[in-house]
Write a protein that binds this ligand. Structure first.
Ligand code: GLP
Length: 251
């Protein structure tokens, strides 16, 4: 039986990003030739920046994203769209401002929703994914503590989109961008592990030495909530796209 996630090690982050962008580009153009839409789950963080640059390049070369519907994984709670660190800003600056995706096809959890409305908002996010036909391909990064989206160690794998608290490692990793750990939001909206596992295909990107240990641990057989990325071992079409440094501890 094949083991999942599969992993592919590329010489550089650029090569890994280009390979995933090519896969996404093929999916988008095949669906377009069939007059069908394609639903992408998207991630933020420093890792997918090159992927989005490559998708932008494919668009400049003629690939249309007019049949693409996107759902982002997560967003910090308490940050409005205009906040420079919001994932809404990130996605527009890195990708959406440069391609022809219809704005109404873009879904990013709204970090400005008041507490009393969050439960209904999260349920609505899940409904929108179902109504779009489910996610065809989910892009993921991985936190140094093994989180996917903001599903932190200890995450309940049965949860759909929900509100979660950020872990200390995650807050520490975000501190610089926010000008100090004290400014990092403590909570986020995130797709759940359940949402991620329902995607028809999952592609996780990880680059650099700092990810080598968690990449090895998350691919070691055995599922544990202490390393949420291990839940991807339950997915029958999941692939890690790694550079040499991130794959360095794999046998
Ligand atoms: C954040 C995001 C994750 C992302 C992780 C890793 O916490 N919520 O989706 O995978 O950071 O970020 P980076 O790619 O910058 O290492």
């Amino acid at each position: 039986m094949p083991q999942f996630p599969a992993h592919r090690i590329f010489p550089t982050p650029d090569a890994a990003s280009e390979a995933l962008a090519a896969e996404i580009g093929d999916l988008v153009s095949t669906r377009s030739s069939e007059d069908r839409s394609v639903v992408l789950g998207l991630a933020t963080g420093s890792t997918p920046i090159r992927l989005y640059a490559e998708l932008t390049r494919l668009h400049r070369e003629g690939l249309s994203f007019s049949n693409v519907i996107t759902f982002n994984l997560d967003e910090y709670l308490g940050l409005g769209r205009d906040h420079p660190e919001s994932y809404w800003q990130f996605m527009h600056v890195r990708l959406f401002d440069h391609i022809d995706i219809p704005p109404e096809n873009i879904h990013i959890p709204d970090g400005g929703i008041p507490d009393g409305e969050l439960e209904g908002y999260c349920a609505g996010y899940e409904e929108a994914i179902s109504e779009a036909g489910g996610i065809d391909l989910q892009v993921l990064g991985i936190g140094r503590n093994g989180h996917i989206g903001f599903n932190e160690p200890g995450a309940d794998p049965n949860l759909p989109t929900h509100v979660t608290k950020l872990n200390e490692v995650t807050i520490g990793d975000a501190a610089e961008a926010f000008g100090g750990a004290g400014n990092v939001p403590r909570r986020a909206i995130t797709m759940g592990v359940k949402t991620i596992l329902e995607a028809r295909r999952v592609a996780l990107l990880a680059f650099g030495e700092s990810k080598a240990e968690i990449v090895r641990l998350s691919l070691s057989p055995g599922v544990t909530s202490q390393i949420p990325a291990t839940y991807l071992q339950l997915h029958r079409d999941s692939t890690y796209f790694l550079d040499q440094d991130a794959g360095a501890q794999l046998g």
